[in-house]
Design a binder for this molecule. Structure first.
Ligand SMILES: NC(=O)c1ccc[n+]([C@@H]2O[C@H](COP(=O)([O-])OP(=O)(O)OC[C@H]3O[C@@H](n4cnc5c(N)ncnc54)[C@H](O)[C@@H]3O)[C@@H](O)[C@H]2O)c1
Length: 292
């Protein structure tokens, strides 16, 4: 994919890649869609900041990009911690020699519950992570985006079909992922006119990552107060997902399969690239056609 885009880029006179010379913060890039986006961005000439609560994984991704000839730095930390957000922007700008061009707000996990059983903590944590943290990160990075140096500036917020259509058992996540679309459009309107900042939302459908693997795999995250939150989807629910009358799978998806992390990340690269230079304020569904 990156090779094909590089060829296109060649025709457009971006010989060193679609994102040559740009500095990008990608949150949640220790694994999954974020890690793939980091690799694709680096392939296209971006200097990439790997931000993740899992320090070991963040270091690994940065190391693999650097050893492949790209440029990356790991700045690990928890986005639920305000002081980390300040530190992230400060260190990222140092890494970028005083410039930041792209923020991808991708980090996240789900903490599901039916509406009448969802606790305040479940609600507050998921809104803080999927809406509060992106807002605080963008606000902290404002001095690097509200500039007129003729270079591109891009903000991409990651949403979900749950935010666009609702999803039983995900009241907190659905509200947060709907909210981020409003933040995106507001940035497009506030920072587009004077500074040319583009802001878009990408809403994913079913992508194969830790977030959607069977809960029985035992993955979990720990919130700042030490609460362990199990990750994934109960196996039975996963197996029943999109099953047709004859037992065929994914009948709710026109392409009849989930997406890969690389496919999801490729759409982030596309939106960040100059090929999308006149697209802003949009919510782009990357779903294999689900929900059309
Ligand atoms: N996988 C899907 O089907 C799907 C569908 C719709 C939307 N999304 C969204 O895509 C984004 C990426 O998810 P993924 O599927 O790659 O999941 P993932 O679990 O593989 O990766 C998420 C990353 O975010 C990091 N993270 C979580 N909480 C954090 C915190 N407090 N501070 C810093 N980092 C934190 C995790 O450590 C992890 O590396 C998320 O915003 C998710 O909601 C995913």
């Amino acid at each position: 994919m990156a090779d094909r885009l590089s060829q296109v880029a060649g025709h457009l006179n971006y010989p060193r890649g679609l994102l040559a010379g740009q500095v990008a913060i990608i949150t949640g890039s220790g694994q999954g869609i974020g890690a793939e986006a980091a690799r694709l961005f680096a392939n296209e000439g971006a200097k990439v900041v790997i931000s993740d609560v899992d320090a070991g994984k963040a270091q690994e991704v940065a190391k693999s990009i650097n050893s492949a000839g790209g440029s990356a730095i790991a700045i690990p930390g928890d986005l639920l911690n305000d002081s980390y957000i300040e530190e992230l922007v400060k260190k990222a700008a140092e890494f970028g020699n005083g410039k930041l061009h792209i923020i991808v707000n991708n980090a996240g996990f789900t903490w599901d519950g039916v509406l009448h059983k969802t606790t305040n903590k479940q609600w507050d944590t998921i809104l803080a992570l999927h809406c509060g943290a992106p807002f605080k990160l963008i606000r902290a990075a404002a001095p690097y985006f509200r500039v007129k140096d003729g270079e591109p500036r891009n903000i991409i917020n990651i949403s979900s079909t749950s935010g666009l259509h609702g999803n039983a058992g995900q009241a907190n996540y659905a509200v947060a992922k709907a909210g981020i679309t409003g933040l995106t459009k507001t940035i497009a309107k506030e920072w587009g006119p004077a500074f040319g900042v583009r802001a878009n939302t990408i809403a994913f459908g079913y992508i194969l990552t830790r977030l959607t693997q069977a809960k029985e795999e035992g993955a979990f995250v720990t919130t700042p107060d030490g609460t362990k939150v199990a990750l994934g989807i109960p196996g039975a629910q996963q197996a029943a997902r999109g099953k047709g009358a004859q037992g065929e799978q994914h009948v709710d998806i026109p392409l009849r399969r989930p997406g890969t992390a690389t496919e999801a990340a490729s759409s982030i690269l596309a939106v960040a690239s100059p090929l999308f230079g006149y697209v802003t304020g949009q919510t782009i569904s990357v779903t294999g056609g689900r929900n059309i």
